[in-house]
Every structure is written in structure tokens, then in C-alpha cells.
Design a protein around this ligand. Structure first.
Ligand code: MLC
Ligand code: AMP
Length: 510
């Protein structure tokens, strides 16, 4: 067999097979009346069919809209409604996503949603030769040129902001193709690579660098439904894995595993590349990983809105704690509070221009305009630059954006849910520093006057349970504390740094 496109659960899937499904899926959508530019949502756990539907959508000009599989009904409904998806692909009956979807449909069907397709339907049980024969055998390809044009929207990636509900980041074919190719070239991926992909397929890290990278380059994906340190090591030991991409939390878990099973580190000896991104990789973890495995993790920086813009070099110094230098095709500048380029070592906000930048937020012209200045996208990330150009990210300009385990979380969204609880008068949510997750969520609650002092503990627990019921698991506050009032400045704004300090001084790490 030629090099497979996907290895999954001990089975291999050839590129031709994947394309067979992709074609059959695109034909089926067409038969259902789904047209170019329509949105099709995907709400299902990772499986090879998702890669096939992605290919089908790219080829048919249908906009791919992945939904976070941890989402509850309200969160998933928002994406279905906001994107105006005409169809949704979901897992097998009984899967969690499927159940959440049923709950959504039982209550009130999103107005434009006409079709619900379960993923097993995507996979023709006896794929016909006719489907296969329409494809060249070469896995390497460009996205089809005849159908969608380069500036058409290829996917909507929903992301949280400082205000309101999540917004759909509209990424064009050009952005996907040019930026992903630049990254693959920079990191010298070739057809002979075998990438362990345990990242979710609903964010740009796994979907673009991983899945689209494989489709453009023709390398093999060793696909995992969920991250599991032992499985990753096994893939290097027994399945010829050459590379791994992870968020820092995954590296913390790998390090813990290696600590407990030092003999398994030998599995990484022949590996070619380990990359990290989506959140800061602590320098001590970089050092510990190098000590244990001999590999210097290559850290890079990106964002749904811009794709991947800064990266440490493949050859040359990979400097711990930094995100390296601009990726080819991207321009990166720092701008201080006075609107000037800061001196070396001084802080400024990262602004980005380049091939991977989004077309805009889906149907939100006002918010799109506010996100750019003079053609530069304003990231909200604060950084400094060394004399030789290496960039170090020091934080974000907004305390209301939290990154936990690589997921971006809006503090405001959680506060809105907490305030819906009848015992809560007011709430403030902050991210506390956390060894494993980068940040963990804490909530300070001002309770209604009717709550008696001795009930406080039980009420806080009930409020946490209420939040867990309405929000994806990773948004659940891990610490909830009642306070007599929220610390506010003279203008009435909650002083979140004061809360972070108050929590930090007494709370145990998980
Ligand atoms: C899981 N849990 C989390 C969490 N993920 N808590 C906080 N933050 C997270 N990210 C909690 C669950 O609620 C549960 O808690 C417990 O951990 C175990 O759940 P699990 O499902 O077994 O967790 P696990 O599968 O181990 O998930 C951890 C993880 C996952 C790190 C593998 O979070 C993950 O896949 N993160 C990657 C996110 C990502 O791809 N980001 C890229 C964004 S793109 P309890 O209490 O219920 O037991 C981007 C741009 C760029 O940022 O530059 O790349
Ligand atoms: P998202 O909106 O989920 O795409 O997340 C993008 C954000 O993740 C960026 O704006 C950064 O705050 C953060 N991020 C991504 N990569 C890194 C990195 N290597 N170091 C620090 N922060 C990062």
C-alpha cells in the first residue's frame, strides 16, 4: 500500500479511500440542495470521517464549521444559529455530541438547519471503484481551483472575545493554503512524516497545522480521538511516528508520564520534531523535555484570526520561553501605548499582517473593523522583542480572556451564566496561574442578601454545579468563593488583578 493518509484504531486509510468518501459526501450534500458558500457544521468526536468531510467541503466550496465537542446545548446552538448552518454532521446515535444535538433539536430547531447527517452515513459501506477512479493517485494536491476562489471562505472557527458570544473567524482558501504551506515548509514536513495528531479537530492548531498540513503535504496522520500520553509514546515506539504537535498541557502530561516510566523516553529517540503552541510553554518544561528526550520543543505562536505568525526555527536556536521570528508571508510588529514601535526589550501589542489573516468575523462588520488598524490585525497579545528579533509573549492586554489547556475562554461568558443563578447578585471570573493548565478558572460571587452565612459553602457549590450544567466542562470554575463585594476602581470597573492576588494567596493548586 502507498503511504496511508490516516492511521486510526489499527486500520489504515489510503488517500484514495478518503477522497472516495469526500466525493460521496460532496455528492450527497449537492443532492440535498446544499450549495457552494452554504455552511455545514461538524459536531462529532475525532474520527477519520471528519477528515473526509473536510476534504469534501473544501472541494465543494461548502464552508466547514466545526463545533467544540465539549460544548453543551446553548453553546452549540449559538454556533448553529450564528453560522446559519444548513446541515450538521454528528456522531453515532448515543454519542455525547449526538445527544446534545438532539436536545437542541427537541427544544427549537435552529431556523436554517435542514439536514442532520450522522458520520457513519458519510462512509459508503462498500466504496465503489467509480468514486475512486475520479482521483489521481497522488496525495499531494492543491485545493481545487475551478470551484471556490482563493478569497472564498473555507471555514468558520468560533472563538471567544472579551464581550458577548463567540464569533466565527472566516478563513479563506488562500489563508489556509498559503499559511499552512509556509509552516510545513518551515518545519520541513514531507510525505514521509507520520504526525501523531491528538489535538481536537475544531481549532486551528489541530485542524489547520495538523489535518490541512497533511492534506497539502501528503504525510500520514496517526489520528487519536483524545490525547493520552501513553498512546503518544506508543505511536513513536511502534507506529513509526516522526512528529508531534501539542499544547503545553500535553507536554506537562508527557513529562509526568516520562517521570513515572523513564524507560519509555527511548521511544522518542528517532523522532524528528516536537512543536508546541496555543499557550505559553514554560521554559522549565522545555528544559525538562530536552533532558529526558534529547528534543528541543519548537514553540510557535498563532491565533484563530491570523493562523500562525511566529515560530522558532527548525535549524538554528530554539529559544525557550520565546515564540521566535516571523513566519514567511507574515509581518509582525509591536506597538506601545503611544502607538510607537517599542525599544528592544520593551513591551508592545503584537500586530499582524499576512497570508493567514482572516477575511473577518462572520457577519460582524463592526467587530471586524475594530479588530484592524491600517490593515494590521490587533492581537491583544503583549510581547517584547530581543535585539536579534526573537519575540517573547508576556501576556494579554485583556484579563477577560483566559487560556486553559489551550482553549480560549471568555470570563464574561462564565460571569453571565453565574449571574443567572438566583442566589447570585454579582460575579467576577479570573484565570489563576496553574502548573498543568496554564490558567485555571476561579469565580468570586456576591451572594443575595437572603443567603445566610452558614449556607455560603453549600450555595457556592450549587452555583458551581449550575455553571457546569450550562457550560462546556473546561469553562467550569474550579474555585468558587463568596465575597462581600467585588473590588472596584473609582470608575466602578472590577479590579481583577486584586481578585487574582486574593485567590492566589490561599487556594491550593489542583
Ligand atoms: C479538560 N479539562 C480541562 C481542559 N480540558 N480543564 C481546563 N482546561 C482544559 N483545556 C478538564 C475536564 O473538564 C475534566 O475535569 C478533566 O480535565 C479531564 O477531562 P478530559 O476530557 O479527560 O481531559 P483531557 O482529554 O486530558 O483534555 C486535556 C487536553 C484538552 C489538554 C488534552 O484540553 C485539549 O485537547 N486541549 C487542546 C485545545 C486546543 O487544541 N487548542 C488550540 C486552540 S487554537 P473534571 O473536573 O470534569 O474531571 C490556538 C491557536 C494556536 O490556540 O496558536 O494554536
Ligand atoms: P485562539 O483564539 O484560541 O486561537 O488562541 C490564540 C491565542 O493563544 C493567542 O492570542 C495567544 O494569546 C495564545 N497563544 C498561542 N500560541 C501561543 C504561544 N506560543 N505562547 C503564548 N501564547 C500563545
Amino acid at each position: 500500500m502507498e503511504r496511508p493518509a490516516v492511521v486510526w484504531g489499527g486500520r489504515t486509510y489510503a488517500f484514495e479511500e478518503l477522497h472516495g468518501w469526500a466525493n460521496a459526501h460532496a455528492d450527497r450534500l449537492r443532492a440535498l440542495g446544499v450549495r457552494r458558500g452554504d455552511r455545514v457544521a461538524v459536531f462529532a468526536e475525532t474520527c477519520p470521517e471528519i477528515i473526509a468531510t473536510l476534504v469534501g467541503h473544501l472541494e465543494a466550496g461548502v464552508i466547514h464549521v466545526p463545533i467544540n465537542t465539549r460544548y453543551r446545548a446553548d453553546e452549540a446552538r449559538h454556533i448553529l444559529e450564528d453560522s446559519g448552518a444548513v446541515a450538521v454532521l454528528t456522531g453515532r446515535p448515543g454519542d455525547e455530541c449526538n445527544e446534545v444535538l438532539e436536545e437542541i433539536l427537541r427544544n427549537k430547531r435552529p431556523p436554517q438547519l435542514r439536514h442532520v447527517i450522522t458520520l457513519p452515513e458519510v462512509l459508503p459501506s462498500s466504496p465503489s471503484k467509480q468514486i475512486f477512479s475520479s482521483f489521481s493517485s497522488s496525495p499531494k494536491q492543491r485545493f481545487p481551483s475551478g470551484l471556490p476562489s482563493d478569497d472564498d471562505v473555507a471555514m468558520l472557527i468560533y472563538t471567544s472575545g472579551t464581550t458577548g458570544k463567540s464569533k466565527g473567524v472566516a478563513l479563506s482558501y488562500r489563508a489556509l493554503e498559503e499559511n499552512t504551506r509556509a509552516m510545513m515548509d518551515l518545519w520541513q514536513f514531507t510525505e514521509t512524516d507520520r504526525l501523531v495528531l491528538a489535538l481536537p479537530l475544531f481549532h486551528v492548531h489541530g485542524l489547520c497545522l495538523g489535518a490541512v498540513g497533511a492534506l497539502l503535504t501528503g504525510f500520514t496522520l496517526l489520528l487519536e480521538e483524545r490525547f493520552d500520553a501513553a498512546r503518544v509514546i506508543d505511536a513513536f515506539a511502534h507506529e513509526g511516528a516522526t512528529a508531534f504537535m501539542g499544547v503545553p498541557t500535553m507536554y506537562v502530561r508527557l513529562l509526568e508520564y516520562l517521570e513515572g516510566h523513564p524507560e519509555t523516553a527511548a521511544a522518542f529517540r528517532k523522532a524528528r520534531l516536537f512543536t508546541a503552541g496555543s499557550a505559553p510553554l514554560p521554559a522549565p518544561d522545555f528544559v525538562a523535555f530536552r533532558e529526558k528526550t534529547g528534543h528541543a520543543i519548537l514553540e510557535r505562536y498563532g491565533m484563530s484570526e491570523t493562523l500562525f505568525t511566529l515560530s522558532n526555527p527548525l535549524d538554528g536556536e530554539r529559544r525557550p520561553g520565546t515564540v521566535g521570528l516571523p513566519v514567511p508571508g507574515c509581518q509582525v510588529r509591536l506597538v506601545d501605548d503611544e502607538g510607537r514601535e517599542p525599544a528592544v526589550g520593551e513591551l508592545g501589542e503584537i500586530h499582524v499582517k499576512g497570508s493567514g489573516v482572516m477575511n473577518g468575523y462572520w457577519q460582524r462588520p463592526g467587530e471586524t473593523a475594530a479588530a484592524f488598524r491600517d490593515g494590521w490585525f490587533l492581537t491583544g497579545d503583549v510581547a517584547r522583542r530581543d535585539a536579534d528579533g526573537y519575540v517573547t509573549i508576556v501576556g494579554r492586554s485583556s484579563v477577560d480572556i483566559i487560556k486553559s489547556g489551550g482553549f480560549k475562554i471568555s470570563a464574561r461568558e462564565i460571569e453571565d451564566v453565574l449571574r443567572r443563578h438566583p442566589a447570585v447578585k454579582d460575579a467576577a471570573v479570573v484565570g489563576l496561574p496553574d502548573r498543568v493548565w496554564g490558567q485555571r478558572i476561579a469565580a468570586a460571587l456576591v451572594l443575595e442578601d437572603a443567603v445566610r452565612a452558614e449556607e455560603t459553602g453549600a450555595v457556592c457549590e450549587a452555583v458551581a454545579a449550575f455553571a457546569a450544567e450550562h457550560l462546556a466542562d473546561f469553562k467550569k470554575p474550579r474555585e468558587v468563593r463568596a465575597v462581600p463585594e467585588l473590588p472596584r476602581n473609582a470608575l466602578g470597573k472590577v479590579q481583577k488583578h486584586v481578585l487574582v492576588k486574593a485567590f492566589g494567596s490561599s487556594s491550593p493548586a489542583r
